[in-house]
Design a protein around this ligand. Structure first.
Ligand code: G3I
Length: 300
C-alpha cells in the first residue's frame, strides 16, 4: 500500500494524525492529511477550554469543523480530551471541591451528548500522574482520589457506544515509575469493574536510536489487563528513522495495539516544530521517517 492509512488497515489498524482547524484551509496540509490518514484527533478544539468557555455554555464550532472535515472524507475521529488539569476554561480553574467535581461531570455529559455515537474513542482523562508514579496534584485530584473513576463512570453512561481511554505521556518505558502507576490504576479499575476500554500512550520520544526500555512489553502488559492500547500523539526528535520504525513494529507485534496517531502533519505544524519530529517536512515532502513507517506497516 502507498499511504499510511491503507498500509495500517492491512492488519486492521488505523494510522492517524492530529489536526488543527485553523490549518484546514491550507491545501498542502489538508491534501496530505486526507490522503495519508484514516483517524483524526482534534489538536485543541475538543478540549475543555474550547468546548465550554463559560459554565454550561457549550460551543462545538471548531470541533465540528474538524469532525465534519474528517467524516466527509471517510476518516474516523478520536475525542481529545474531557478531564485534564491543563486547558481548563478560566471558570473551571477557579472551582474546587464538590462544585468542581460536578462541573467535571456536567462537562463530560455536555460534550459527550453532542458527539454521542459519532466517535471511535474518547480520551476521558488525560495526564493524571506525576513522573514518580503518584497522582498528579491538580484541582481535579483535590476533589478526591476517586475523580478519575467518577469521570469514567459518567462517560460510560453518557455514551455507552464509544471506547473510553486513559491517555498519558512518559508511560512507554516499562521500568519507569509513572508507567507502573498508571498500570496499577488500570489493573485496579478492571478488577473493580470501573468502565475503561483503552490506554493511550502519547509516545513523545526524544533522542537516541533505540526505544524506551521494553516499549513492547509495556504495550503487551497493558493489553493483558483487557484493554486496547494505542499510540496517540507520536512525535520523535529529529524523526529518528529507527525509533519511528521501532515504535511502529512494537505496535504491530501486539494484537491489541489498535492504531498509531502522529501529533501533526508537517514539522512546521508541530508543537515542537524546532525538533523536526514528524513524517513530512515543512514543504509537505515525505521524510525518511515516513518511508521507515510505511515499510514497517507494509511488511507486517
Ligand atoms: O489559539 C490561540 C491564539 O489565538 C493565541 O494568539 C495564541 C497565543 O499564545 O495561543 C493560541 O492557542 C495556543 C494553542 O495551542 C493553539 O495554537 C495555546 O497558546 C497553546 O498553549 C496551545 O498548545 C497546545 C498544547 O497542547 C496546550 O497544552 C498544542 O497546540 C497541542 O499540540 C498540545 O497538545 C498536547 C496534548 O493535548 C496532550 N499531550 C501533550 C500535547 C503536547 O503538549
Amino acid at each position: 500500500e502507498s499511504t499510511l492509512g491503507a498500509a495500517a488497515a492491512q492488519s486492521g489498524r488505523y494510522f492517524g494524525t492530529a489536526i488543527a482547524a485553523s490549518r484546514l484551509s491550507n491545501s498542502t496540509y489538508s491534501t496530505i492529511a486526507a490522503r495519508e490518514f484514516n483517524m483524526i484527533t482534534a489538536e485543541n478544539e475538543m478540549k475543555p477550554d474550547a468546548t465550554e468557555p463559560n459554565r454550561g455554555q457549550f460551543t462545538f464550532s471548531a470541533g465540528d469543523q474538524i469532525y465534519n472535515w474528517a467524516t466527509q472524507r471517510g476518516l474516523k475521529v478520536r475525542g481529545h480530551t474531557l478531564a485534564w488539569h491543563a486547558q481548563q476554561p478560566g471558570w473551571m480553574q477557579n472551582l474546587s471541591g464538590s462544585t468542581l467535581r460536578q462541573a467535571m461531570i456536567d462537562h463530560i455529559n455536555g460534550v459527550m451528548a453532542h458527539y454521542k455515537g459519532k466517535l471511535a474513542a474518547w480520551d476521558v482523562v488525560n495526564e493524571a500522574f506525576e513522573e514518580n508514579g503518584s497522582r498528579r496534584n491538580s484541582n481535579l485530584q483535590r476533589t478526591g482520589n476517586d475523580w478519575i473513576e467518577a469521570a469514567f463512570r459518567a462517560a460510560r453512561t453518557a455514551d455507552p457506544s464509544v471506547k473510553l481511554c486513559y491517555n498519558d505521556y512518559n508511560i512507554e518505558n516499562w521500568s519507569y515509575a509513572k508507567t507502573q502507576g498508571v498500570y496499577n490504576m488500570i489493573r485496579d479499575f478492571k478488577s473493580r469493574g470501573v468502565p475503561i476500554d483503552c490506554v493511550g500512550l502519547q509516545t513523545h520520544f526524544t533522542g537516541g536510536s533505540s526505544l524506551p526500555g521494553n516499549f513492547q512489553t509495556t504495550l503487551s502488559s497493558f493489553a493483558a489487563l483487557g484493554v486496547d492500547v494505542a499510540l496517540t500523539e507520536v512525535d520523535v526528535t529529529n524523526s529518528s528513522t529507527s525509533q519511528y520504525a521501532g515504535l511502529t513494529q512494537a505496535c504491530l507485534n501486539v494484537p491489541r495495539c489498535i492504531g498509531i496517531t502522529v501529533w501533526g502533519v508537517r514539522d512546521s505544524d508541530s508543537w515542537r516544530s524546532s525538533e523536526s519530529p514528524l513524517l513530512f517536512d515543512g514543504n509537505g515532502n515525505k521524510k525518511a521517517a515516513y518511508t521507515s513507517v510505511l515499510n514497517a506497516l507494509n511488511s507486517a
